[in-house]
Design a protein around this ligand. Structure first.
Ligand code: COA
Length: 259
């Protein structure tokens, strides 16, 4: 599939999506967000893909936010539509069956921070900066930043960042639980690949289930506790469970097939 604003590449079990608007600090216009969604959906049933890395082109920005020039003259109806469409994109990332890691290589502001938060994990380069500066524009976040920031760092600190518009550096973000790891920029993609390489050796159905169950904990319509009991039981009927247990008992390495 060819895209206008992103580059999508499959390599060695990893699907990498790069936002490719470097001169605009990878600002997220509507088309870019839709392309990210399409790319994520395109590999959901691809057995050769074990994980997705989402990053930004260049060394300065992951994404510096929604494209301010694009929405500058929007009406109330257009603003509402923009937010609803953005929420759908973020939900697609969060519900991806393949683990998605945001490789945050610079500014992750506004919609860029929200995009990173919709991923399952975040690895940041040491020049990364995170923030929700929408209040400076007379706005609130529109891609679920008010919700996911609270989930990740707690209410008090989230309200501080959302009301001051302050940006924080990668190390502060790590201390708050907003990012999993901080590495030098040259190591960023290597670190993300290392995580996916580990996941690659595990049972694919178990990986999908973990993502569903963790998401259920945060979804008011789901009962994650009940879902875990059901999923746990169902794994006793899978080939990979038998393989994993047999491998352990016979002191050998398991080979999983996703069945
Ligand atoms: N939307 C549209 N264009 C953006 C953008 C955004 N969110 N963020 C950066 N750009 C564009 C700039 O307009 C500029 O384009 P130009 O060269 O055609 O003038 C280009 O990207 C480079 O940005 P610039 O501001 O010159 O870089 P900088 O290093 O001086 O500052 C930032 C970097 C991130 C601090 C600054 O660009 C910024 O504050 N961006 C907006 C962040 C924001 O408010 N995001 C939330 C949006 S809801």
């Amino acid at each position: 599939m060819s895209y206008e604003n992103i580059i999508a590449q499959k390599n060695n079990g990893v699907f990498t999506i790069t936002i490719n608007r470097e001169t605009k600090l990878n600002a997220l216009n509507v088309k870019t967000l839709q392309e990210i969604r399409e790319a994520v959906l395109s590999v959901q049933n691809d057995k050769e893909v074990y994980g997705i890395i989402l990053t930004g082109a260049g060394t300065k920005a992951f994404a510096a936010g929604a494209d301010i020039a694009e929405f500058a003259n929007f009406t109330i109806a257009q603003g509402t539509e923009m937010s609803a469409a953005g929420h759908a994109v973020m939900n697609t990332l969060e519900q991806s069956k393949k683990p998605v890691i945001a490789a945050v290589n610079g500014f992750a502001l506004g919609g860029g921070c929200e995009l990173a938060m919709a991923c399952h994990m975040r690895v940041a380069s040491d020049n990364a900066r995170f923030g929700q500066p929408e209040v400076n524009l007379g706005l609130v976040p529109g891609y679920a930043g008010t919700q996911r920031l609270v989930q990740l760092i707690g209410k008090g600190k989230a309200i501080e960042l959302l009301t001051t518009g302050d940006a924080i550096n990668a190390h502060e973000a790590k201390s708050l639980g907003l990012v999993n790891h901080v590495v030098e920029q040259a190591e960023l993609i290597i670190k993300c690949n290392e995580i996916i390489d580990k996941i690659k050796t595990k049972a694919p159905l178990a990986i999908e289930s973990v993502i569903r169950l963790v998401n259920a904990n945060l979804d008011k319509k789901e009962d994650g506790f009940a879902n875990e009991i059901t999923d746990f039981g169902n794994f006793f009927g899978t080939k990979d469970f038998k393989e994993g247990v047999d491998a352990f008992l016979n002191k050998r390495k398991a080979t999983f097939t996703g069945e």
